[in-house]
Design a protein around this ligand. Structure first.
Ligand SMILES: *[C@@H]1O[C@H](CO)[C@@H](O)[C@H](O)[C@H]1NC(C)=O
Ligand SMILES: *[C@@H]1O[C@H](CO)[C@@H](O)[C@H](O)[C@H]1NC(C)=O
Ligand SMILES: *[C@@H]1O[C@H](CO)[C@@H](O)[C@H](O)[C@H]1NC(C)=O
Ligand SMILES: *[C@@H]1O[C@H](CO)[C@@H](O)[C@H](O)[C@H]1NC(C)=O
Ligand SMILES: *[C@@H]1O[C@H](CO)[C@@H](O)[C@H](O)[C@H]1NC(C)=O
Ligand SMILES: *[C@@H]1O[C@H](CO)[C@@H](O)[C@H](O)[C@H]1NC(C)=O
Ligand SMILES: *[C@@H]1O[C@H](CO)[C@@H](O)[C@H](O)[C@H]1NC(C)=O
Ligand SMILES: *[C@@H]1O[C@H](CO)[C@@H](O)[C@H](O)[C@H]1NC(C)=O
Ligand SMILES: *[C@@H]1O[C@H](CO)[C@@H](O)[C@H](O)[C@H]1NC(C)=O
Ligand SMILES: CC(=O)N[C@H]1CO[C@H](CO)[C@@H](O)[C@@H]1O
Length: 354
């Protein structure tokens, strides 16, 4: 612990002096008091690691949530390597506190190891997603030089549940890399510079510092999920997928699909039901995610779930051309052709028997 004293004594004294009169402000601005929502942290591991190690570090319950947040195939092995420095998207539940700020609630937890300092934990282990002051405040540590080996620390990942400009978004914690700019970040995440500056309270574009965490609101796909569904608050950002309805349904968001959530049966074992309830639109024979055989006119869409049932709605597509890439991959194009081919064949048969 001798070295940690050296590291922390001076900065902590200074910080205590500066921060003492201010109220605690962990996380990003979050005005939806009491809300809980999905959020993402952009984690850049210092050393190459594996998905199972990340899952453990961030207390992500299921590997599939981690893979889904990164748009990776569900079959990706837990022990496959995650390269150092590249940002991995870590999904977590955000809690919007009474102080108009949001942070992960009580997790992840980090167990202090021999030789750890709060600043090593903040920047070395958690890639600057939190500052050492955040950890100190969240855990009410009076003397940061005295962190006992084996002690469990709550790492308050910054997040928010607020809508931005009237749209549902997934707040992403982005750690600024050296030499980056608001313009580059704006382009990378397809979020306007104005939005980034406004929600992060930045007045000048030049004011970025390496290691600083920015709140980047990723646009979420719109869905047909009903407001009385158990997953009414489901938020899925571009390039990610999630499992819902007790794992029976997989929903993905791709900006190429006009920012519309695409859901289909997951073929996973349900987590709370002995079997998945019906996932067909009543009377149509279509499963959620299917479009009608003839004319490509109607789509069976996921609309949420209750404790007993999976809800569906039948929506009308304008044309075949509006079909998503995804649906085309699933063989819907064939059915579009069928709607042309079948009348053609009937015509041929009629001609034959003329
Ligand atoms: C919110 O503020 C109160 C005092 O104003 C403080 O006791 C509490 O720890 C703060 N909570 C967070 C999460 O910052
Ligand atoms: C991952 O685990 C599988 C078996 O569980 C093993 O066959 C494979 O070699 C492992 N891969 C790595 C990179 O460790
Ligand atoms: C968020 O909370 C829900 C309900 O408690 C849980 O099922 C889910 O696994 C959590 N998500 C993550 C990413 O930890
Ligand atoms: C990364 O690897 C280096 C060298 O092996 C080590 O000193 C450092 O503690 C590691 N960082 C983390 C966060 O494990
Ligand atoms: C839920 O949606 C219905 C219409 O679909 C609307 O009438 C109702 O006010 C909504 N309820 C809430 C709590 O938003
Ligand atoms: C959506 O995600 C895909 C894949 O992750 C990416 O290539 C694309 O640029 C993103 N589009 C927008 C508008 O964010
Ligand atoms: C995309 O979605 C918007 C509203 O969500 C809708 O007005 C527009 O017609 C859609 N565009 C296409 C090509 O489907
Ligand atoms: C309809 O949905 C079911 C279940 O997801 C799938 O197996 C089938 O291939 C789909 N049919 C079409 C035409 O996409
Ligand atoms: C599991 O299902 C039962 C009813 O079938 C419901 O009452 C309960 O809330 C469900 N639990 C979860 C965690 O969804
Ligand atoms: C703010 C911004 O850059 N928006 C762009 C996001 O991406 C779409 C295309 O997918 C552009 O049309 C937007 O201008």
């Amino acid at each position: 612990m001798a070295s940690s004293c050296h590291h922390l004594l001076l900065p902590s004294l200074l910080l205590l002096a500066v921060l003492a009169p201010m109220s605690l402000a962990l996380g990003f601005t979050c005005n939806s008091k009491g809300a809980i929502c999905q959020a993402i942290a952009g984690y850049s591991p210092a050393n190459a690691t594996t998905f199972s190690a990340l899952q453990k570090l961030f207390a992500v319950k299921h590997l599939r949530s981690l893979l889904g947040a990164n748009g990776l195939p569900i079959t990706t092995p837990a022990n496959s390597t995650v390269a150092a420095s590249l940002a991995v998207r870590i999904p977590f539940n955000c809690s919007c506190g009474s102080n108009a700020t949001g942070a992960s609630y009580r997790r992840p937890e980090y167990r202090v190891r021999r030789g750890d300092t709060l600043s090593h934990i903040a920047s070395g282990v958690f890639s600057n997603l939190v500052t050492f002051t955040d950890i100190q405040l969240a855990n009410k540590i009076r003397n940061p030089n005295l962190i006992a080996m084996g002690k469990k620390l709550w790492i308050p990942l910054p997040c928010s549940c607020d809508d931005v400009a009237g749209s549902r978004v997934v707040h992403y914690g982005h750690v600024v890399t050296a030499g980056s700019s608001i313009a580059a970040i704006s382009e990378q995440f397809n979020v306007t510079q104005e939005t980034i500056m406004t929600i992060n309270g930045i007045a000048e574009t030049k004011a970025l510092k390496a290691g600083q965490v920015l709140d980047i609101p990723l646009k979420a796909c719109s869905s047909s999920i009903r407001n009385d569904s158990l997953d009414a608050s489901l938020l899925v950002a571009n390039g990610t997928y999630v499992f819902t309805a007790n794992n029976c349904v997989r929903c993905s968001c791709d900006s190429a699909n006009n920012w519309t959530l695409q859901c289909q049966p997951s073929e996973l074992r349900p987590s709370n039901w002995s079997a998945c309830p019906s996932m067909q639109c009543g009377g149509t024979g279509l499963y959620i995610g299917n479009s009608s055989l003839f004319g490509c006119g109607r789509t069976c869409t996921y609309a949420g779930y209750t404790s007993q049932a999976i809800l569906t709605t039948t929506s009308t597509d304008s044309t075949c051309l509006a079909l998503s890439n995804h649906a085309v991959k699933n063989g819907l194009l064939m059915f579009c052709w069928n709607s042309v081919l079948v009348p053609f064949l009937i015509l041929q048969i009629l001609l034959l028997f003329r």
